[in-house]
Design a protein around this ligand. Structure first.
Ligand SMILES: [Zn+2]
Length: 325
C-alpha cells in the first residue's frame, strides 16, 4: 500500500518553501524559490509549479491529494491573499486559483498563522488537544484559535487577529492604522522598537549601546542572555504586555495550551519565565495554574511546510478542484 501525499507551500516575503509530505509528517522532497524576485504573481506561480511538477510526477501524481498554501493575509474562504504589506504583489491575489490552474491539484490556502496552527494540531504540541491557541512571533504577530477541536475562521475567514488587539491604550501606531496593537510591542519588530526607544530616553548603560547598526530582536536576546539589565527589562516589559493580552484571550476560548511559534519564541525562558508570571496574575482566578504556555516542537525550516500541507489533511473531505475558470 502506498501512502497518500500532500503538497505544502509556505509563502514568505523573501522566500517560498515547498515540500511534499505524508500524513505522518515525513517530508519526502522539499525546495524553495525566491518570492521577492518575481514582479508578477503569475510568473511566481509558473516557476513554483515548474519546480514542483517533476517532483510530484516522480513520487506519483495519483498519490497527491492536493496542495495547501500558507501565506500572509491569506483568506481560507476565498483562496486569496488580501493586501499583504510584506509581499511584492499588491492588492487582492487569487493565489489558490492560480496554483490550482497551474498544477491541476485541488488547492486550499489560509494565512500563515492558521497553517501553523493546523500544523501543531496534526503534527505538533497540540496533537490530541481540542482547545488551544497558537501565536506566531515573527516580523508581526499572528494567531490561530482552536476551540472544540476546530480552527475558528469566523464569518469571513479572518478570525484570530490577536496581533491587532489594542494592547496599550494611546500606544504606538501600527501598520494597520490602529493605535497600540499587540504586534507593535510583541514581535521581532516590536521588541526592537522598545529597545530603540528606551536607549534614546534613558541613560542606563547597556551593551546594546555598542551596536552601531539597527538593533534587532536577536541582539536583544544575546544581550539578555549575557545578563544585560536593560535587555532583561525589555523582555520583562514585552512579557507584561503579552501576558495580559493572552490572559484576556483565555477568557474567550478557555484553551488548555498556548503554543508559541517562530523567531521570538526561540528566546525560551527569557520570555517564558516573565510571561508565565504576568499571565497567571492577569488571569481570571478560575483559569489559574492549569494552562500551559510552551514553545512549538515544530521549530525549524520544515515546520512551515508541514503546517501548509496539514491544511490538506484537515480539509481532505472537501478537497476538489473548485476554480473552474
Ligand atoms: Zn495593528
Amino acid at each position: 500500500m502506498t501512502t497518500t501525499l500532500a503538497v505544502g507551500i509556505d509563502v514568505g516575503g523573501t522566500n517560498t518553501s515547498f515540500g511534499i509530505t505524508d500524513e505522518a509528517g515525513k517530508i519526502h522532497v522539499s525546495g524553495h524559490i525566491s518570492t521577492a524576485a518575481f514582479d508578477a504573481v503569475e510568473d511566481f506561480v509558473a516557476e513554483l509549479n515548474a519546480k514542483l511538477a517533476p517532483r510530484i510526477n516522480r513520487l506519483g501524481r495519483e498519490r497527491v491529494v492536493g496542495a495547501g498554501i500558507g501565506a500572509p493575509n491569506g483568506n481560507f474562504f476565498t483562496g486569496e491573499i488580501v493586501f499583504a504589506p510584506n509581499l511584492p504583489w499588491k492588492g487582492v491575489l487569487p493565489l489558490a486559483k492560480l496554483f490550482e490552474h497551474a498544477s491541476g491539484l485541488p488547492t486550499v490556502l489560509t494565512n500563515d498563522a492558521k497553517a501553523a496552527t493546523i500544523g501543531e494540531m496534526i503534527y505538533g504540541a497540540a496533537k490530541g488537544i481540542n482547545d488551544f491557541i497558537v501565536v506566531t512571533l515573527g516580523t508581526g504577530l499572528g494567531s490561530g484559535f482552536v476551540a472544540n477541536g476546530r480552527l475558528i475562521y469566523g464569518h469571513d475567514g479572518l478570525a484570530g487577529e490577536l496581533g491587532h488587539v489594542t494592547a496599550v491604550a494611546g500606544g504606538r501606531l501600527c501598520n494597520c492604522g490602529k493605535i497600540g496593537c499587540l504586534e507593535r510591542y510583541v514581535s521581532a519588530t516590536g521588541i526592537a522598537i522598545t529597545a530603540a526607544q528606551w536607549l534614546q530616553e534613558r541613560t542606563t548603560p547597556s551593551m546594546l549601546r555598542d551596536i552601531n547598526s539597527k538593533i534587532t530582536s536577536h541582539d536583544i536576546f544575546i544581550a539578555a542572555s549575557k545578563g544585560d539589565a536593560l535587555a532583561l527589562e525589555i523582555f520583562d516589559y514585552t512579557a507584561s504586555i503579552f501576558g495580559t493580552v493572552l490572559a484576556d484571550a483565555v477568557a474567550i476560548t478557555s484553551p488548555q495550551k498556548i503554543i508559541l511559534f517562530g523567531g521570538l519564541a526561540h528566546a525560551g525562558d527569557l520570555l517564558l519565565v516573565p510571561l508565565r508570571k504576568y499571565f497567571e496574575s492577569a488571569l481570571l482566578p478560575i483559569y489559574r495554574n492549569k494552562i500551559q504556555i510552551l514553545t512549538s516542537t515544530l521549530q525549524g525550516a520544515d515546520a512551515a511546510i508541514l503546517g501548509a500541507s496539514a491544511l490538506v489533511w484537515e480539509n481532505r473531505n472537501q478537497m476538489a478542484v473548485k476554480y473552474s475558470n
